[in-house]
Design a protein. Sequence first.
Length: 587
Amino acid sequence: MHISKLLLLFPAFLASISDAHPLAPYRTFEALPSIPQGWEELSNQAVDPSTPISLRIHLAQQNVPQFEKALIDMSTPGHPSYGQHMNQAQIDDILRPHEDTSAAVKNWLESKGFGNDLSFKNDWVVVSTTIGKAESLLQTRYKVFRNSKTGKNVIRTLSYSVPRNLHSSVMLIQPTTLFGSTRAMKSTILKVEDPSVLKSTSLSKVKSEGINAACQSSITPECLADLYKYKGYKPTLTKNKLGVNGFLEQYAQNDDLSKFLKKYIPDAKNVTFTCTPINGGKCTQHPREDFTEANLDIQYTVGASNPIPNIYYSTAGRPPAVDLDPNTNEPYLEWLEFMLDLSDEEMPQTITTSYGDDEHTVPQSYAIKVCNMIGQLGARGVSVLFSSGDSGPGDDCTSKDGKKRFVPNFPATCPFVTSVGGTVGVQPEKAVSFSSGGFSNYFSRPDYQNSAVGGYLSSQTDATTFKDYYNASGRAFPDISAQGSRFHVFVGGFDQLVSGTSASSPAFAAVISLVNNDRIARGQKPLGFLNPWLYTTATEKKGIVDITSGTSRGCSGSIPGAGWKATTGWDPVTGLGTPDFSILKDL
């Protein structure tokens, strides 16, 4: 199925004049069948109706299929429009909601007394209000829920309503039904107490096939440079930039980066990064605190790409609240709205993100909206990469309806994201057991995957063995992979070993940033949305190295033998394979 059929789940049909009356009867707009797994209602804790909340109402857009086709065309090698990226004004002109759509929603809000509390911008409206007024507007009841793993309390509802004449005009309203538990894709942190182990691991110079033998047991920047064949490449300063996303109060530390570079890349010891706060995010410098995720990401992007400017985007997903937070775990829309407001000169050409949610914990309307906005970044010429996750085919493998199913991760399942799985070892490089992959239950398989994924499904025993546990017609992930096990990272001043696809995404993103830099230096455009290129030219010309051994594991025993095997061609653990920069840069 073409991606547009998914994005058109909320078409912008225009309401007739007679049907646009703001007092049309309400109908349920979105509802969850039950409290999502991992959450419980705190029935003894009432919600104070004066609690502030900012409702974000996203309006249905026009011309979604036309925009999507343009994005795929400009991202497909050989197409006449390949590389002809758009600016945001052009994108907005295509997708801007019809004036009748905006007018109908505005009339509704003003009729409910919100005329002075509205902020309109392109396809969304922010309503600054209170829980009590939001309940009246949406004919719902907010309650307090607690996450059993984190102990975090949030205010949410299981359903809400809007006037029936607005159902085709509104795409989603949040925070309402979003119970996502955004987490860092970080499998394990291995704190090595014996300094001699770290020293011997990082300084061994015995090489086989040009790769340090110590890379078999742990990863340093030198390992990645040798393995992915960009050692010796010196980027020239161009307009190219590399963005690193930070959420959940993770802050990259200058002091730890300095120590990391001094030990592993002495020639770059004075290189640093800039930090950009989003939505009240911070650029906190507390070098003795545990900011493992942020340090992992920035140390390996800076380490591989310097002197390309690296920007750490620190997005707050939790507004100030002591215990009760109406807006927690909703960082993506804030981040995307900020990024799409950047000028072409400010925009990074590559972005890596090492965070995600179980797909079924995210309302489908929200997932589609976020994915569509990521597509807009692709149309701006940005390559957007996300870690695939660290639970193989799933953690406990229980779907939202309580059935045994493999659990995909979002945003890794968005068709406009390049999803990065994990590998381990160098002789040979193979799939790492925790690397997440599988098939989306929200997004259909895009055309650019049909050949590679169709071949896997028709030839591999795993596809048949587990056919009852996944959606074979869904968008398949990951797309590619990179090392993900036992990375040396400085945290709190000390060298540690960290594993997870949190490491894989920045490692691959750094390679793409180098390719973009080389293209820009030659007077070419950046790659932008990568996947159509990855599944054709990059693979066909051997710029992607196929990983054919190793197996993922998951489901905590609830589905016997659950896991995917790496095999020839695409597979749901390593995707198409790992990068060879020496070939990619010449494609």
